[in-house]
Design a protein around this ligand. Structure first.
Ligand SMILES: [Zn+2]
Length: 328
């Protein structure tokens, strides 16, 4: 198995927007980070607040989103920023923000991806650890309405299959998609897919005091007749967003994953649950990969021409031309 080197960004990148929950303006900065430090979030609006590792042990229970906390500081709605980093294989990054939640942007990861690609990605010396799923795991609700299964995959990569089904009569039609993770596939197939919500769910959130600044232009709101005041970027945008959420949540494992995850109607909490199970069932797989590093290092070094490769300049241009005309 070919192990890859860890990566970070070449320079700081900034993204400004407002939080979908609180409506507050937030400035977020992605900063380069040392190898083996992983992804961490730091609240610079709180005096003395330390970086919080974006890993499973810091996840706190929430509905419809992913949040982390170290007991003193909390960062809400991290999943789309996490997906952008995992999707681009950026392993080490300190994310500083001056509010309690990541900016909602357009409900997708595209804005984050663009600023990250603009500053460039560099390889580091250390190798990225990989968790190989050898033992299957399953997480399901008692009523069988939600299920997520993780099992081995023949390809040396992460594969996510998702089946979205809101039942008969829903304005969101049933959708299925299988995604094989790579930076190219992430940018061209997932990064643009926006958050969606049913009109009645949006009303309930507003009644609780959330999302007062969010309009139908900021994400996809589905009424009985379909999307309200907005247009889908692609017919199956919803299932693509659900896989984007999976990519962001699976990144909480803090390593690459080789396995096939099959999800039926799962949400963030189920994604976290299957990750905990996969980690428990396959811990030896991670150790085995580490033991085999020496040989892999030699192979990897022979295959590399430069330790400091910027993202190819053609990447965004060609992707934009091919796939994203409707994005602008
Ligand atoms: Zn999402």
């Amino acid at each position: 198995m070919q192990l890859r080197r860890q990566r970070t960004i070449a320079q700081p990148a900034e993204f400004c927007g407002f939080g979908f929950l609180t409506g507050a303006d937030v400035t977020l900065r992605f900063l380069p980070a040392e190898e083996n430090t992983g992804i961490r979030f730091q609240r610079i609006d709180l005096k003395g607040s330390r970086p919080i590792p974006a890993t499973l042990e810091y996840v706190v229970p929430r509905q419809r989103r992913t949040a982390i906390s170290d007991g003193e500081a909390t960062v809400e709605l991290i999943e789309h920023a996490m997906a952008s980093l995992a999707g681009l294989q950026i392993d080490n990054c300190l994310i500083q923000l001056d509010g309690c939640e990541v900016p909602g942007a357009d409900g997708s990861s595209m804005g984050f991806v663009q600023v990250l690609l603009d500053v460039g990605i560099v390889e580091q010396d250390a190798l990225r650890s990989v968790l190989v799923v050898r033992q299957s795991s399953r997480h399901a609700t008692d009523d069988g309405q939600i299920e997520i299964v993780a099992g081995p995959v023949s390809r040396h990569t992460l594969v996510v299959s998702y089946e979205l089904d809101y039942g008969p009569g829903s304005p969101i039609t049933p959708q299925r998609l299988t995604f094989e993770a790579s930076p190219e596939n992430f940018v061209s197939s997932l990064a643009f897919a926006r958050t969606f919500i049913l009109e009645k769910e949006a009303a309930a959130l507003k009644a609780e005091g959330y999302g007062s600044r969010v309009t139908e232009k900021d994400l996809l709101i589905f009424g009985a007749a379909g999307v309200i005041g907005n247009q889908l970027r692609i017919a199956d945008e919803c299932v693509r967003h659900k896989i984007l959420d999976c990519i962001g949540d699976f990144a909480l494992l803090g390593c690459d994953v080789q396995g096939h995850f099959r999800a039926y109607r799962s949400g963030h909490n189920h994604n976290h649950a299957i990750c905990r199970q996969v980690l428990a069932a396959n811990a030896s797989g991670l150790t085995l990969q580490r033991a085999g590093w020496a040989a892999s290092v030699r192979r990897t070094e022979r295959g590399l021409t430069s330790r400091s490769q910027l993202w190819p300049s053609w990447f965004m241009t060609s992707t934009k031309n091919r796939e994203m005309d409707w994005y602008d």
